[in-house]
Design a protein around this ligand. Sequence first.
Ligand code: ADP
Ligand code: NA
Length: 332
Amino acid sequence: ATTPRIFSGIQPSGHLTLGNYLGALRRFVERQEEGIATVYCLVDLHAITVWQDPEALRSQTREAAAAFMAAGIDPARSILFNQSQVPAHAELGWLLNCVARMGWMNRMTQFKEKGGKNAEKVSLGLYAYPALMAADILAYHTTHVPVGEDQKQHVELTRDIAAKFNHDYGVEFFPLPEPVIEGPATRVMSLRDGTKKMSKSDPSDMSRINLTDDADTIAQKFRKARTDAEPLPGSMAALTDRPEARNLVNIYAALSGETQDAVLSRFEGKGFGDFKPALADVAVATLAPISARMSEFLADPAEIDRILGQGAARAEQISAPIVARTREIMGM
Ligand code: ADP
Ligand code: NA
C-alpha cells in the first residue's frame, strides 16, 4: 500500500478568512498532529489566474505563511512552502494539461463563477486551474487531500486525470487521492449572501471575517450580517429555508466545538440581537490569539522567507523525482 501523505493548499490572494480557518487551516493542524506526512502549499501560481498586484501578492504570501504558523502549523513537522518556488508544479501542470480533456474542464464551475458574464475574458490559466491543482496533488503522490466542500469537484477531477494517465501509459504510477471533507463548517457562507461561500476574493469586506480583524470589527461584521427577523428554533431541521441563520449557527458550532442542535437548544426562542454578540465572542476567543501570533511572525519577514525557502527545498526533494519519472514514462 502507498504511504499516506496529505497535501493541501491555500491561495495567497487576499486576507485569509474564517472560512479558510474552519474549512482548511484547522483541519491541516489536526492532520499534522496525527503524525501523517503533511505538505502545505501557498498556491501563488493559482492566485495569478486573476490579476494580482505584485507587491500585494508578495505581502499576502507572507501573511498566509504567518496565518498557517499562527494556526499551529509547525514548519519543522509539516512542509510549508510557496508553489512558485518548486518547479515541479508548473512542469507537471503542463504534462497533465496534455492528459486532461477539454470536456472535463468545461464541467468545472469555478472559472464560470469567477468569470461571471465575462467567461470569454478569463485567463487561460483560470480555465486550466484544475489541471494545475491535480499536478500540485500528484507531484507528491498524495493519498489524502483535506479541503472544504467547495474544492471536492477538483479532487475528483484529479482522480480522473491520475486514472487516465495510469491507464494510457499502462502504469500504476499515481495513487488516486481521496478528498477528506468532514465535520461542520466545511462550507462557511458569506455574511452578506447565504447562497455564496465566504471567500477572501469577495469584493465586499463585510461578507467575511478576516483572521486579522480585531474584536470590534468582528462584532460589527456579525451585527451587520444579513439575517431574517424570526427567532431561533430549537433544532437545525427547522432552519432548512433560512440559509443565513443556518450559516451563523454552523459557524458558532464549529468554533465552540458543540453540535448545532446543542447551540440552538441554548438560544431557542431568542433573536439575532442575542445570538450575534454571543457569536462574536466565540469568534474573538478563537481568532484573537491567532491574529496576535500572526503579528509576531509578520514583524520578521526575512524569517518567514527563510522558513518558506527551507520548505521549498524539502518539497523539491519529494516532487522532483516524481516529475522526472512522469516525463520518463511519457517518453521524454
Ligand atoms: P478562497 O475561496 O478564500 O480564495 P481558496 O480557494 O484559497 O479560498 O481555498 C483554500 C482552502 O480553504 C480550501 O481547502 C477550501 O476548501 C477552503 N475554503 C475556502 N473557503 C471556504 C469556506 N467558505 N468554507 C469552508 N472552507 C473554505
Ligand atoms: Na478560491
